[in-house]
Design a protein around this ligand. Structure first.
Ligand code: GLN
Length: 291
């Protein structure tokens, strides 16, 4: 532990926690066991495995890729370098989704599902049916495996394709998205752990909003009556995403919501009761006039 912590001192913001996770993984033990057995001696093979993992971590490889799994909303998700590591800042959006669904067997759409962390958590916590899309077939394979492991494969459907393209002519009660939103010029360089994540899961174009701009033009046709839309983005661009959402969904009630760190992180847009989302822009009602 001491050697690992020292090795990771310069490359990690949490060297001791990382060393503990990697040591537990190398020894095939729970973290609690490691803490309680500070005097145990690892085998040569275990020590080598730990050294390999620590060296990779010191080069910047995210802990989640080294462990092959990431915790999200109280569950473990299979992850590899084909998917973004699920982030705690996304958990508040998921809590909002679960609260909206309640006991209802709603239809949910997760655009750009990645590992399926959002989709599978919603399916696990509710009776909803969740559809997810991703441009990456490797990501869809991981999302399917996560749904299977969590026992929600019967209520999760994942499709390979661009944004809404695979789910044409369907309507949803809740649409959630954590699309790539990092402005191209702000994508960090090595050894930042983010550089090990798929660029196509992070790069949101010049202002970070290229994919959301496209999604928001398509979105109205996919919304059922009384639908909700939840969209995650970075704090500095959230107001612009809010404006784009307002333009696309003029009759929706729209708010910017904070994540658990208190940072403005996602847009919540709630449709007007009894009005199909697609009618709002196409029947030409002026803003504020709901008939
Ligand atoms: N929250 C991630 C980050 O800042 C970005 C995730 C995304 O682009 N959707 O690294």
């Amino acid at each position: 532990m001491a050697e690992g912590t020292a090795l990771l001192h310069d490359s990690s913001t949490s060297p001791r926690a990382d060393a503990l996770l990697l040591l537990a993984h190398a020894l095939h033990r729970e973290r609690e066991w490691i803490v309680a057995h500070g005097d145990a001696t690892p085998s040569g093979e275990e020590a080598q495995a730990f050294e390999r993992l620590s060296a990779a971590r010191s080069r910047g490889v995210p802990v989640a890729y080294l462990l092959g799994s990431a915790g999200f909303y109280g569950r473990e998700f299979l992850v590899d370098e084909n998917v973004l590591v699920p982030r705690p800042e996304t958990e508040h959006l998921v809590a909002e989704a679960i609260a909206f669904i309640g006991n209802r067997p709603l239809r949910v759409f997760d655009v750009g599902t990645g590992s399926g962390a959002i989709a599978c958590t919603i399916a696990s916590e509710t009776h909803a049916t969740v559809h997810g899309t991703d441009i990456s077939s490797s990501a869809v394979a991981i999302a399917n495996e996560n749904a299977r492991r969590l026992g929600v494969a019967d209520r999760c459907r994942f499709y390979v394709g661009d944004l809404t393209e695979p789910v044409r002519a369907q309507r949803f009660d809740l649409i959630v998205a954590n699309l790539p939103y990092v402005p191209t010029a702000e994508i960090p360089s090595k050894p930042d752990p983010i550089t090990y994540e798929p660029r196509e899961a992070l790069d949101g174009g010049p202002d970070g909003l290229s994919l959301y701009r496209r999604l928001l033009t398509e979105l109205p046709a996919f919304l059922a009556a009384n639908a909700m839309v939840l969209l995650e983005a970075a704090p500095p661009i959230i107001e612009r995403l809010c404006d784009l959402t307002r333009n696309s969904l003029p009759h929706f009630t729209i708010a910017v919501c904070n994540d658990y760190a208190g940072l403005p992180r996602y847009i919540k847009a709630k449709g007007p009761d009894g009005l199909l989302g697609s009618q709002s822009p196409s029947i030409g009602l002026g803003p504020g006039r709901v008939e």
